[in-house]
Design a protein around this ligand. Structure first.
Ligand code: MG
Length: 382
């Protein structure tokens, strides 16, 4: 069983912030929430080490994470905080990653490489080659020696170990009164090999205000994650109902039957949006057995789905909807449909396409028994 210990204990001193730097907002999410989420789906649980005064803020920041999160209080030093985290691991936990809460840009590849190395040889520590030439100086700030850059590595986190190795290393360091700046150094001093794996240059430790600017730039350039969604819907044409498509009332002798206003085009679009985010479909979110959705405008539902995406830090970047209907001619109503959809999604018109086609009188649409709609959309998630 794999756990990650995330260290959330730092102050905001070098950041010039009046709160713990890992609680700062980075493009709409606390830094610590991003650091913990990076491990979602890769490990079985998280032990988050926090200062006593930050515990409730940490709870709020990590609510809704899809794995067990245990929050424990840190110690006076980084090393004693890690020890507290180690003591809070479940008994059946065999492998552990230790990660700085301020390294919230860590990517899946870096994490996986550490884990694979631990499984193969007991240790796996993320590191990158050193680009700068490193010199040793004396107290007069004079260079006394130059290191061979090829033999140097800048070490990051995660640092992964079997629980057995890292517990032993911490106990040995405690007994000797040794204080290291990372966990690997405790394992090294036991004479145990520490294997380095390739980290990532973007996996920076947020320390100064300049780091926040860099992190935002990295997020803007390498994220967002792009996701695609697809939706399809059909409603039956009947007498005595209004025909509403993309929020526009289209004059016709027949209308679409349904629990809501039966706006087949918006239903397909909403299913595409939910599909992109793996959030199911509109039937799950707005069940037709619920009286509160009887006759409801699908424009209202589209607003709900848009807000739901926002809650997941996601938004539609463009969409394309095809309405399949033999009659009536929809062309005159398309501009208004696009305006409706663009307004709710918060998009310029040129990112919303709506088109209509017939089926040359073939199939149920051609026989005017019903109207179908298909939609695709692109969603970006920060
Ligand atoms: Mg429907």
């Amino acid at each position: 069983m794999w756990y990650v210990i995330v260290l959330g204990g730092g102050s905001g001193a070098r950041m010039g912030a009046d709160c713990n730097k890992v609680l700062l907002d980075l493009r709409g999410q606390p830094v610590i929430a991003r650091s913990v989420k990076a491990f979602e789906g890769l490990v079985d649980g998280v032990v988050l080490v926090s200062r006593a005064e930050d515990i409730s803020a940490m709870e709020a920041a990590t609510r809704g994470i899809g794995m067990p999160v245990t929050i424990v209080q840190g110690g006076d030093t980084r090393q004693s905080s890690v020890w507290n985290g180690l003591c809070a691991l479940p008994e059946d936990c065999t492998h552990v990653l230790i990660h700085d809460g301020a390294r919230c840009l860590v990517d899946e590849g870096t994490i996986r490489r550490c884990m694979q190395s631990v499984e193969a040889c007991g240790t796996g520590v993320a590191a990158v080659p050193v680009i700068d030439t490193i010199k040793q100086v004396n107290t007069a700030e004079q260079a006394v020696s130059t290191f061979d850059r090829a033999s140097l590595r800048a070490v990051q986190t995660p640092q992964g170990f079997t629980v057995e190795i890292i517990r032993k290393a911490h106990l040995a360091a405690q007994a000797a009164g040794f204080l290291g700046t990372d966990d690997a150094s405790l394992v090294e001093r036991m004479g145990h090999a520490v294997h380095l794996t390739l980290g990532d240059r973007r996996n920076i430790k947020l320390t100064t205000p300049e780091d926040m600017v860099m992190a935002e730039a990295f997020l803007d350039s390498s994220y967002p994650a792009l996701r695609i969604g697809q939706g399809y819907d059909v409603h039956r044409l009947v007498e005595g109902r209004e025909l509403i498509l993309c929020g526009v009332k289209v004059p016709h002798i027949l209308g679409l039957l349904g629990h809501s206003d039966a706006d087949v085009a918006l239903h397909a679009l909403m299913d595409a949006m939910l599909g992109a985010m793996a959030l199911g479909d509109i039937g799950k979110h707005f069940p037709d057995t619920d009286e509160k959705y009887r006759g409801i405008s699908s424009m209202t539902l589209l607003r709900h789905v848009t807000e739901l995406l926002h809650a997941h830090h996601a938004r539609v970047t463009n969409c394309d909807v095809t309405i399949v209907a033999q009659r009536p001619k929809l062309l005159p109503y398309i501009p208004l449909m696009r305006e409706n959809v663009a307004a709710v999604l918060g998009l310029p018109l040129e990112r919303v396409n709506i088109k209509a086609t017939t089926t040359e009188r073939l199939a149920f649409e051609g026989r005017e028994e019903g109207i179908s709609a298909q939609a695709v959309c692109m969603v970006e998630q920060h």
